[in-house]
Design a protein around this ligand. Structure first.
Ligand SMILES: [Zn+2]
Length: 216
């Protein structure tokens, strides 16, 4: 896809994140690959909902050096670089501060993807990385063990990281998880505890149905 279209898609996703309350003010950062060795990323300190396509920063995906764009790249650029370096299949990364998912990490409650079939099928395991100081090398180090095998990671006391084949897909994965977190929260209110996960048998049936659907 042409760089101009990618800039437009990234900005659309940023507005959506702000409109849905998944980030506040200048929080969060979004990036996508451009060709084999470049990426676009949101600039530092700017309100996500107010970004224009030309505000995005074009960087080298290996070194993180700025190729084009005014101002600095996001302070979490190292986290994005690490994902692209470890996962050639990933085209876009969304880091946000979704309130309920983040609250789960504060309460010390792991996100159990095995509870809701749609989440299990479309995203799979969602681990929580231990707390790390935002904006430092500690953060990519904390998420590093999970990148190769997951499409979504929660970061303790901080927020979420979702990966995708496009900014739109990474954003939809985040929306789906935050929506699921609401469902789990309501269940907890109703019965005073978290719902039980699907059985091993039901999960195996889901995986089998998914395998058949994708090979049909
Ligand atoms: Zn953050």
């Amino acid at each position: 896809m042409h760089e101009t279209r990618k800039r437009e898609e990234l900005v659309r996703v940023c507005r959506h994140l702000q409109d849905r309350g998944l980030v506040a003010a200048s929080d969060g950062n979004v990036s996508c690959r451009v060709g084999s060795d470049r990426m676009l990323i949101t600039p530092s300190g700017r309100r996500k909902g107010g970004l224009e396509p030309l505000d995005l920063i074009l960087c080298d995906v290996n070194e993180g050096t700025i190729v084009a764009g005014r101002g600095g790249a996001s302070s979490e650029i190292r986290m994005h670089l690490l994902v692209y370096q470890q996962r050639v299949d990933v085209q876009a990364v969304v880091h946000a501060h979704p309130p309920l998912l983040t609250a789960l990490t504060l309460a010390g409650i792991p996100f159990a993807a095995e509870i809701l079939p749609e989440v299990w099928l479309s995203i799979g395991q969602v681990p929580t990385a231990p707390y790390a100081t935002p904006g430092t090398q500690q953060l990519p180090a904390a998420i590093s063990p999970f990148i190769k095998s997951c499409q979504a990671i929660l970061m303790e006391r901080h927020g979420s990281l979702t990966l995708g084949s496009s900014p739109e897909q990474a954003c939809m994965r985040l929306e789906k998880l935050e929506h699921a977190a609401h469902t789990l929260f309501y269940c907890h209110l109703l019965q005073g505890k978290m719902p039980r996960p699907l059985s091993e048998r039901d999960l195996a049936r889901l995986d089998e149905a998914h395998r058949k659907a994708s090979s049909a």
